[in-house]
Design a protein around this ligand. Structure first.
Ligand SMILES: NC(=O)C1=CN([C@@H]2O[C@H](COP(=O)(O)OP(=O)(O)OC[C@H]3O[C@@H](n4cnc5c(N)ncnc54)[C@H](O)[C@@H]3O)[C@@H](O)[C@H]2O)C=CC1
Ligand SMILES: O=C(O)CCC(=O)C(=O)O
Length: 665
């Protein structure tokens, strides 16, 4: 896809946002409508979503009917949008070539065509005087087109479109390179006869088609399920929940990825996260395809018993539809889920599949008593540390961003103090960096002399899960001091949620290194600004892969039916003690009666490696190897500080190879 086309799509989205902004409707409806406008444009521009248009709009309508007073009208509006869209989408090829052609023509013409496009999408409801009632559309469009960037809408891409954007631009680079290498083959042997050249040309042509076919196939999500299931509440009433699981890629099985509970979870979000999982697993050579699940709910609003019933009901649905099982699809913890939810899922799966010997491997992130592995809880944060450690100790990258190497004396701010944020902060601090700020959803803390991470975690646990009021730091006033993530520091850990750094605030971020512990915390436009400003973004698809890496170890443990180290532990200790004894004996034979004792350090590890040792060293090795590969790719493609593109290329190349060598006919 040419970059002009991508730019053009952004223009379309911005204009749509401003149009909807000009509509006189109440604030909540306006919010919903803006979402719809953007959603519709995304649907049209997104090839892979065509078959899912109906479900997507249905979900949107459902959400609106639940949340706004104008429920019925909104629903009929959504249906009309859907009908219009299906009409357009069946014509997508023409629409795309039309936009592409116009994007490369003169500016004025492009604007007119944008206007016409927007009119097509926006006027559909003028007949029944609904949303666009009091608006002069053409004036609004004029205003939109002449608006200064400040007036234009916020940078808020749909999550899946955002991941596709990152993937597509990296895929373009790699695909071009592979096609170039393919072409080169013909020119190689000048001694070839004409018929040989022709045969070679045919081979090259076929290979070109295969390369293009693989790239077209690699990007979109392969299977997605939406399930609306019923659960009994504690008061005897029944409630319907929407759950999703996306399997992005089946190039390796099972598919793997977390499960989150959040009020704004939808299909777009799980698709985006599943796609990220594919590239993440590939980055770290974890042999899984990408998957992700979510249930649209606010977990704080339900009792533990209700959450258990919801989780079990969801597991039943996934099991029924082939989206759960050790060989097919293996969930894990993500936002607002943890060991507890994983235990319920594993238990439910085992109940439904009593003869499956490998049943515990149907989810990872379980408690140890249920077949979990030591070190999974802290694994993602540990991986964030290892990845950041690799870059912060690399002279070349530190020179590029004007920072000295090493942790000592560095300051950091952490956004998100949940599983990933807490453990990342713990390891950063352990290495000598000073945590000066912690940002949470309900309040921020600041202490220029440093915040004690373990003490804060203690406080949080005793304080109902909130960091607010912690006595070891002062409350940061975002209203007067600005958002904490924009504060002066060396490293910013973005470990809370997606889309927190966008074109609207990227230029205000002062940290030299941004560690993406969360999935998708920076939008494509935000990323572009940071790279231009010589800031180093260590990207999610590499940096937070520690979780899935250790999940892989847990899955292997479950398939092996034995914990790491159990078979070698005693043997190694006996052998080590025998070596010490043998040295003492030899000395004695030579007349030297010197007792040979293990040093304190050797005594600590005289037995074989424990499960924890194996998991920790396996994770450290994985993060280092993957990071070095990404650095090598950045050099190969001359990408400078754009480590994200390097990581995507590195992953795309690995997935491409799997398809290519498996046979793609
Ligand atoms: N748990 C895991 O193993 C992995 C998690 N991730 C990603 O890391 C991110 C965080 O996940 P977890 O730590 O597991 O979730 P979590 O639920 O344990 O922690 C998230 C924390 O972020 C806070 N938060 C939410 N919105 C915020 C905001 N606007 N500003 C500041 N803080 C905010 C929450 O209050 C919570 O404390 C997510 O994007 C997740 O997908 C990525 C890889 C693995
Ligand atoms: O441990 C896993 O399988 C997945 C972790 C996850 O959801 C993620 O990396 O985003």
């Amino acid at each position: 896809m040419e970059s002009s086309f991508r730019e053009h799509r952004r223009d379309l989205r911005q204009v749509a946002l401003v149009i909807l902004d000009g509509v006189e409707i109440n604030a909540k409806n306006k919010q919903e409508s803006i979402k719809t406008g953007v959603g519709i444009l995304d649907l049209i521009e997104n090839h892979s979503i065509i078959g899912l248009a109906r479900e997507h709009i249905g979900t949107w309508a459902q959400c609106v009917t639940k949340e706004t007073a104008k429920a019925v009208e909104e629903l009929s509006f959504a249906k009309k949008m859907y009908n219009l869209m299906v009409g357009k989408v069946s014509n997508f090829v023409q629409l795309e070539s039309f936009i592409k052609k116009e994007a490369s023509s003169g500016n004025k013409k492009v604007e007119k065509k944008i206007q016409r496009g927007i009119l097509n999408y926006s006027l559909i409801d003028t007949n029944n005087n609904h949303i666009f009632k009091k608006m002069s559309l053409s004036n609004t469009i004029k205003r939109a087109l002449s608006a200064s960037p400040k007036v234009l809408a916020a940078d808020n891409p749909k999550f899946y479109a955002m991941v596709l954007d990152f993937t597509q631009s990296s895929a373009d680079i790699l695909e071009k390179e592979l096609l170039k290498q393919n072409e080169l083959k013909i020119g190689h042997d000048l001694q070839m006869r004409e018929d040989q050249v022709k045969a070679m040309e045919r081979t090259v042509d076929q290979k070109k088609k295969t390369i293009e076919g693989i790239f077209d196939f690699m990007l979109p999500c392969k299977s997605i399920i939406e399930t609306n299931f019923r659960v009994r509440m504690d008061d005897g009433s029944h409630k319907v929940f929407s759950g999703y699981r996306a399997q992005h890629s089946h190039h390796r099985l099972p598919t793997k990825g977390g499960m989150r509970y959040a009020p704004d979870v939808d299909m777009d979000e799980v698709k985006a996260l599943a796609a990220l999982m594919t590239w993440k697993c590939a980055a770290c050579d974890v042999p899984f395809g990408g998957g992700k699940a979510g249930i649209t709910l606010d977990s704080k609003a339900y009792s533990v018993a209700e959450l258990e019933r919801i989780t079990r009901a969801f597991a039943q649905q996934l099991n029924k539809h082939g989206f759960l099982g050790p060989a097919v699809d293996v969930p894990a913890p993500d936002m607002y889920t943890g060991e507890r939810e994983m235990a319920w899922m594993a238990n439910e799966y085992q109940r439904l599949n009593p003869t499956d010997l490998n049943a515990p491997a149907c989810v990872t992130g379980k408690p140890i008593s249920q077949g979990g592995v030591h070190g999974r809880v802290s694994a993602t944060g540990r991986g964030v540390f290892h990845g950041t450690d690799l870059f912060i100790n690399n002279q070349k990258y530190c020179d590029m961003i004007g920072l000295t190497t090493g942790w000592e004396g560095k300051t950091f701010v952490m956004q998100g103090f949940g599983n990933v944020g807490f453990h990342s902060a713990r390891y950063f601090a352990r290495k000598g960096a000073k945590c000066i700020g912690i940002s949470e959803y309900n309040g921020d803390l600041f202490n220029e002399n440093g915040i004690d991470i373990l003490d804060l975690e203690d406080y949080k646990l005793k304080n109902g899960g909130s960091i607010v009021g912690y006595p070891g730091a002062r409350a940061w006033n975002a209203e007067t001091e600005g958002p904490l993530i924009e504060a002066e520091c060396d490293i910013l850990g973005v470990c809370a949620k997606e889309k927190v750094i966008t074109a609207d605030n990227a230029h205000k971020i002062k940290a030299k290194i941004l560690s993406e512990g969360a999935n998708g915390p920076i939008t494509p436009k935000g990323h572009e600004i940071l790279v231009k400003n010589n800031q180093l973004v260590i990207p999610d698809l590499y940096l937070n892969a520690g979780g899935v890496t250790v999940s892989y170890f847990e899955w292997l443990k479950n398939l092996n039916h034995v914990s790491y180290g159990r078979l070698t532990w005693q043997f190694t200790e006996d052998q080590n003690r025998a070596i010490l004894g043998s040295v003492a004996q030899s000395l004695a034979a030579a007349g030297q009666n010197i007792p040979i004792n293990a040093s304190e350090e050797l005594e600590k590890s005289i037995h074989g490696a424990s499960e924890k040792d194996i998991v920790h060293s396996g994770l450290a090795f994985t993060m280092k190897r993957a990071g070095l590969k990404i650095m090598e790719t950045a050099d190969e493609f001359n990408l400078g500080l754009d480590v994200r593109t390097a990581a995507y290329i590195s992953s795309l190349r690995k997935v491409y190879e799997v398809y290519s060598q498996a046979g793609f006919n």
